[in-house]
Design a protein around this ligand. Structure first.
Ligand code: NAD
Ligand code: UDP
Length: 338
């Protein structure tokens, strides 16, 4: 008797929303789209495919409620009937964002304006993928959200750093002026499957070099530090932030506080892959931050969030992904040459 009553209990499904994910075909965006579709939402994945790839979301095409749009956020998005916006559109790797710095700046600034206008017109919640680059080459370590940063406004990284800083300013001014709900997170270095093998970031470079037996290129002495977050942990943080009460606006740091020198990362990759690659030193890029580690107390307190996957656990998953990908590419090249 008791059992039949239990069987009749119906748990309410969380309300399904139509969610716009800009930059949805990129590394982080594709994981976000996947997560939202899995939760039963409709997703409009909007991308200009400058650094993103259709392959990242190919498995979602045909899923109920998934729509893929080619569009550049620098131009107005038109009237999109969506209930929520995640704005991830922007190249994130230094070689990518420096390839067309003016377009990078336009993407952050005009993209933010266009999407904020859409949010204002529809009265909907909007999330901004900001960055630890807001802190530049920090003089405070680890970096709390209250630190205003140390950014060179005219250097080669400025198109990204200052673009993202300006976007944050616009988010807070729109919220103050028009009173809708904003969610700003500052993402620290994140890695995982679906990074491009040629994106130039340190994790992808080192893994690809190790798997291909090429020299591992440490820029500078390798004593500079970064804190690496596995993608699944980050996406969990995104979703928690988006679902948080209206008064939680951020900016809020999301990242893994485990801090490593770049040399330690190189050694770990060599160790896990068993590679015979040699470490070589190359010039340090201009304005390369010397140290970076998030203070995540705010995320822990307001979102009950903390990363669960260490670098030692996340790297093998990422290496396995690159191994499969590079293996498939080698087979394709061989087949097309035959
Ligand atoms: P990514 O380059 O893989 O993804 C960016 C996506 O945005 C791509 O699909 C690209 O085609 C698209 N895009 C770029 N410019 C656009 C434009 N003008 N209009 C429409 N689409 C555009 O990078 P990612 O690592 O997935 O980063 C996603 C977001 O997270 C970015 O905003 C980035 O600044 C931020 N972020 C990422 C990290 C990280 O470690 N991955 C760290 C800090 C911040
Ligand atoms: N880096 C490196 N070798 C590479 C690529 C990057 O030593 O092949 C260094 C880079 O100089 C920086 C760190 O690794 O100190 C992280 O670089 P990445 O481009 O991944 O991210 P960001 O500098 O934006 O944090």
């Amino acid at each position: 008797m008791g059992n039949s009553r239990i069987a009749n209990v119906v748990f309410p499904k969380p309300a399904s929303r139509r969610i716009l994910a800009t930059g949805g075909a990129g590394f982080l965006g594709s994981h976000l789209c996947e997560r939202l579709i899995r939760q039963g939402h409709e997703v409009v994945c909007l991308d200009n495919f400058s650094t993103g790839r259709v392959e990242n979301v190919e498995h979602l095409i045909g899923a109920p409620g998934f729509q893929l749009l080619r569009h550049d956020v620098v131009a107005h998005c038109g009237e999109l009937a969506v209930d929520e916006i995640y704005n991830l559109a922007c190249p994130a790797s230094p070689p990518d964002y420096q390839a067309d710095p003016i377009h990078t700046m336009k993407t952050s600034v005009l993209g933010a304006l266009n999407l904020l206008d859409l949010a204002r017109e529809r009265g909907i919640r909007i999330f901004q993928a900001s960055t630890s680059e807001i802190y530049g080459d920090p003089h405070v370590h680890p970096q709390p959200e209250s630190y205003w940063g140390n950014v060179n406004p005219i250097g080669p990284r400025a198109c990204y750093d200052e673009g993202k800083r300006c976007a944050e300013t616009l988010f807070f001014d729109y919220a103050r002026r028009y009173g809708f709900s904003i969610k700003v997170c500052r993402i620290f270095n994140t890695y995982g499957p679906r990074m491009r093998p040629d994106d130039g970031r340190v994790v992808s470079n080192f893994i690809v070099q190790a798997l291909q037996g090429k020299n591992i290129t440490i820029y500078g002495s390798g004593t500079q530090t970064r804190s690496f977050c596995y993608v699944d942990d980050l996406i969990e943080g995104f979703v928690r932030l988006m679902r948080s009460p209206d008064d939680v606006t951020g900016p809020i740091n999301l990242g893994n506080p485990g801090e490593f020198t770049i040399r330690e990362l190189a050694e770990l990759v060599i160790d896990i892959t068993g590679s015979k690659s040699r470490i070589v030193h190359c010039p340090l890029p201009v304005d390369d931050p010397q140290q970076r580690r998030p203070d995540i107390r705010q995320a822990a307190e307001t979102l009950a969030w903390k990363p669960t996957i260490s670098l030692a656990e996340g790297l093998p998953k990422t290496i396995a992904y690159f191994d499969r990908m590079l293996g498939a590419e080698t087979t394709e090249t061989r087949e097309s040459a035959a």
